[in-house]
Design a protein around this ligand. Structure first.
Ligand code: ADP
Ligand code: MG
Length: 328
């Protein structure tokens, strides 16, 4: 519950109150996080209800721990019939693995399972079991052909599910003619259009070192803003902090020097997977991906520095960090 409250506070969405007419809100718990949705428009209330139902439906398909989910069946049986959404999210996840040179990989489950974050029982795995899990992960294969999936390892959609859910919410809002909305699915923010008065949304970026504070505020509209931070789920043992974003190369929590990675992109699914990946890749690889492949903007935070790409309107709020602006 403490984590729920801190998540609510950590990603503070600042928005001025708009006129009362046609404004709808929803708040609920799904995909292991608090979700809040606020929309304005004639069909806003209906659209948000549909969006909430869709998220519950996706959670039922994608959950790695719920025994009735499609992913659970695939991990248990090595094969499963997949519904449209599960096929689609796996397809997107494989694209993101390619784009990030393997830094984002849903097949990491044998390794992440040992760390126990998703199960709520985090622990440091033994060296031998971790080595075996990394070997299992590295040799595992996944084939999806139509609705039939065959997997020799195990899958975890935790780094991309909320982004995919956000993209479905965006579609539902569009279909229902809702042109102004802000949705926060844990660290995943989906901005639809601008605020009702036409001004941009203001999204507070959580301070990775100071609980319940912001490191800065981003102005943006009609895009996804997704932050991955090691501070979100972590534990400390013998003075060492272990967090939930794993480096596929080592099987250990990534130590790239980045303590928070925010991605801003038009594509909600890409933004989610990419924020996890950039956290693992570190600043040099992240910068090179931004320059060569592009399609996104980013804010990377290290112990002493905030690195911001030039397509963003970001106002830092902590002078202790130097700011480095990347220009194309
Ligand atoms: P959160 O879900 O806390 O918002 P992320 O989107 O960064 O954070 O996703 C982290 C989750 O993704 C982990 O809890 C785990 O389930 C999974 N994961 C961890 N490391 C990786 C990785 N390198 N590639 C893909 N998924 C990962
Ligand atoms: Mg992610």
């Amino acid at each position: 519950m403490k984590r729920v409250v801190s998540l609510m506070l950590s990603l503070l969405l600042i928005c001025c109150s708009c006129g009362k007419t046609n404004e709808a809100t929803e708040q609920f718990f799904s995909m292991d996080t608090v979700m809040t949705m606020k929309a304005d428009g004639q069909n806003a209330a209906d659209a948000l209800l549909l969006a909430k139902q869709k998220i519950y439906e996706l959670e039922g398909l994608f959950s790695v721990t719920r025994e009735d989910s499609e992913i659970y069946a695939l991990n248990r049986d090595g094969r499963a019939e997949l519904s449209y959404d599960t096929q689609k999210i796996i397809e997107r996840a494989l694209e993101m693995k390619d784009m990030t040179g393997g830094a984002f990989d849903i097949m990491l489950r044998p390794v992440s399972k040992l760390w126990g974050f998703t199960e709520g029982t985090p622990r440091i795995p033994g060296k031998d079991e971790l080595y075996a899990a990394v070997q299992k992960y590295k040799s595992s294969t996944l084939t999806v052909s139509g609705s039939a999936a065959i997997c020799s390892g195990e899958i975890d959609l935790g780094g991309i599910a909320k982004g995919y859910a956000a993209s479905c919410v965006r579609d539902i809002l569009t279909q229902n003619g809702v042109e102004s909305a802000v949705v926060s699915l844990g660290g995943n923010v989906m901005l639809r259009g601008a605020r009702k008065d036409g001004s941009p949304w203001q999204v507070g970026i959580a301070h990775p070192k100071k609980k319940d504070e912001l490191i800065g505020v981003l102005q943006a509209e009609d895009c996804a803003v997704v932050t991955s931070g090691g501070y979100e789920r972590s534990f400390e043992q013998n003075g060492v902090t272990y967090h939930h974003i794993i480096d596929p190369e080592t099987g250990y929590p990534s130590q790239s020097g980045i303590i928070s990675a925010t991605v801003v992109a038009a594509d909600d699914t890409m933004a989610d997977a990419l924020s996890t990946a950039l956290f693992v890749m570190g600043k040099e690889r992240a910068e090179s991906l931004w320059r060569t492949v592009g399609g996104f903007e980013m804010i990377l935070i290290t112990d002493s520095e905030i690195i911001v790409t030039d397509g963003l309107d970001f106002s830092p709020q902590d002078n202790a960090f130097s700011v480095c602006k990347l220009e194309k």
